[in-house]
Design a protein around this ligand. Structure first.
Ligand code: XMP
Ligand code: MG
Length: 192
């Protein structure tokens, strides 16, 4: 008897040089510098713990940490990712927790993209259980149109419409994280 198997997902990886630049590395550097200055003023005389959300925020965090002149340390968390077909049930799973206690500390969660808001709502709730002195959110990109839960970032490098982007830490199927600019990933290249 013939069994019908689902067709394997075909992934296309067009060269990043063919993709439209949304924000150049120079524009990104300018915004990161400005955010670093703002954060340094807001936390003058204090120290901060930056908590990066792996893997997408790793590059933004490494630049932001160096743009902040006040004392800062960093830690990382990882959450389960649902790829492009993100569930809207709110089910986000922690894969890696923070290494060091944050009780009584000033914490900033650093994310690559604030999209539906599910990830950051979950992480914010989780981090608040550790009783930090304060908790804020910094995101490289914000897609306000896509929000499913009410959450806003305190520090935003850029707001963008509902378009899929890669580069500066952001990926498509784990590729393109090392692309220096933020570029639009072509919809027609998305595997179905
Ligand atoms: P939420 O929970 O806010 O999830 O929906 C945010 C996470 O979704 C990923 N995401 C993207 N990743 N290009 C990417 O490479 C995109 O355009 C994009 N939009 C959302 C991202 O991992 C973020 O942490
Ligand atoms: Mg991410």
């Amino acid at each position: 008897m013939a069994t019908s198997k689902p067709a394997p997902v075909q992934l296309n990886f067009p060269p990043s040089s063919s993709m439209e630049v949304l924000f150049s590395k120079e524009e990104i550097a300018g915004r990161v510098k400005a955010l670093g200055k703002q954060i340094s003023e807001d936390y003058a005389g204090q120290s901060i713990v930056l908590i990066g959300v792996l893997k997408g925020a790793a590059i933004f965090l490494s630049d932001l940490a160096r743009a902040i002149s006040v004392d800062n340390t960093f830690d990382f968390v990882a959450v389960s990712s649902y790829g492009r077909a993100r569930v809207s049930s709110g089910a986000v799973k922690l894969i890696k927790d923070i290494d060091n206690p944050i009780e009584g500390k000033h914490v900033i969660i650093v994310e690559d993209i604030l999209d539906t808001g599910l990830t950051l709502s979950y992480l914010r709730g989780l981090m608040l259980q550790h009783m930090p002195a304060s908790l804020k959110i910094a995101t490289c990109l914000d897609k306000p149109e896509r929000r499913l839960v009410p959450i806003e970032a305190d520090y935003i490098a850029f707001q963008i419409p509902n378009q899929f982007v890669i580069g500066y830490g952001m990926d498509y199927a784990e590729k393109y994280r090392n692309v220096e600019d933020i570029r639009l990933f072509p919809e027609e290249a998305v595997g179905h």
